[in-house]
Design a protein around this ligand. Structure first.
Ligand SMILES: [Zn+2]
Length: 381
């Protein structure tokens, strides 16, 4: 699946793609060099050369970020996790690793390799910079490796802050998990540590905002807020994962979905199918019988009442290629990673070639309401 990324390269079987937002950070980096470093260290450089150097430095920095992610991806694959690829975007890069960490040691090592690669990258740029200075290279050339070493070092240090989803947070959780042999308590502890650091960052940011540098301060506050919500999200996700552990898609799904013709009007759909069924989503089929979409209550509610007679089910359906497909014997924890806003948190369950069920957010919510006793019994079954 492409997920909207633009493919750039494939290295060692790992696909690297970029989101358009990477252009934003690329431009910021280039600007930082062209308007920040060049005028200070190589004053008098023509603007077009400054920008040329800025663009080269930005490209090399994005390549360094990709190398960091490549470290995560290759080690994850080596330790038996499946890797969907590397995506570069606004906040740098992400190695899209699916499947479970399995052990704390795996999580710790996979998290640690990224900063290790960055450390190596810093070392390489320091060496290049040293060589350039000793051969007396012009300042406009020598600032590139120096700037790259500096920015990579800053990013490396930031990444080691023990807060999710930064590498430091994963190293901490993997470490605690290995020590306590309990993933749940390790996550709770790591999440608390993450929130502590987030609060510290926000505090420093607020002081910075009022007394030193408003822009830098605001940036720190934003990062702190982002880390705090990530830490809370990680703890919640872990609770959900814990509750769903051992459960199969077939246990959770709503069985025997009502499949509706895709060409009927929304009005007919509401009168004939929505009323009288407890379902919150309806797969649609085309004239030749193929399933071609999924209509949700949310989609139906968005159609104003006066337009319900001239819009068809297929017009408001989520296209079939955006809906994740699952098997009844698949683990819920595996499916969870594929559920997302593109399908309104829903999935279709196929047994062989037959649609046998649907998973919706309410199916998952129901599990949490049945109480721990029932969940435990189902896990054991
Ligand atoms: Zn990393």
């Amino acid at each position: 699946m492409n997920r909207g990324g633009i493919p750039i390269a494939r290295i060692a079987g790992i696909k690297i793609s970029a989101d358009w937002s990477v252009l934003v950070i690329g431009a910021l980096f280039a600007w930082g060099v062209a308007a920040g470093a060049v005028p200070v260290y190589a004053a008098g450089t023509p603007v077009w050369i400054a920008w040329g150097v800025g663009v080269i430095a930005a490209l090399l920095l994005i390549a360094s970020l990709a190398a960091h992610e490549m470290g995560h991806a290759l080690l994850a694959r080596h330790r038996g996790l499946s890797v969907d690829g590397i995506k570069l975007w606004l906040f740098g890069g992400v190695a899209q690793i699916s499947g479970d960490w399995m052990t704390g040691r795996t999580e710790m090592l996979v998290a640690a390799i990224g900063p290790a690669v960055s450390f190596l990258v810093v070392g390489i740029f320091v060496a290049i910079s040293w060589v350039m200075i000793s051969v007396g290279a012009p300042a406009i050339v020598a600032i590139v490796p120096e700037w790259l070493a500096g920015v990579n070092l800053l990013l490396l240090l930031f990444n080691l802050i023990p807060a999710f989803p930064l590498d430091g947070g994963r190293i901490l959780r993997g470490f605690l998990w290995t020590r306590t042999k309990n993933r749940m308590t390790a996550t709770v502890a790591a999440s608390r540590a993450g929130r502590f650091f987030a609060v510290v960052l926000i505090g420093v940011g607020v002081l910075d905002l009022f007394f030193v540098d408003p822009v830098g301060g605001l940036w720190l506050v934003l990062i702190g807020w982002f880390l705090d919500s990530a830490a809370r999200g990680e703890a919640h996700g872990e609770q959900a994962r814990h509750a769903l552990e051992g459960m199969l898609v077939g246990d959770v799904m709503s069985k025997n979905p009502v499949i509706v013709p895709s060409w009927i009007t929304v009005e007919l759909l509401v009168d004939q199918y929505v009323m009288g069924h407890q379902f919150t989503s309806f797969p649609t089929h085309s004239i030749d019988g193929r399933i071609d979409g999924l209509v949700t209550m949310r989609g139906i509610k968005q159609v104003p009442a006066q337009q319900r007679s001239n819009r068809r089910a297929i017009d408001i359906a989520i296209p079939i290629d955006r809906v994740p497909i699952a098997r009844p014997d698949e683990h819920m924890t595996d499916l969870l990673k594929r559920l997302g806003p593109a399908s309104d948190g829903r999935a279709m369950v196929y047994d062989g070639g037959t649609l046998v069920g649907l998973i919706s957010p309410s199916d998952i919510a129901r599990l949490f309401q049945t109480g721990p006793g029932k969940t435990a019994a189902r896990v054991a079954a």
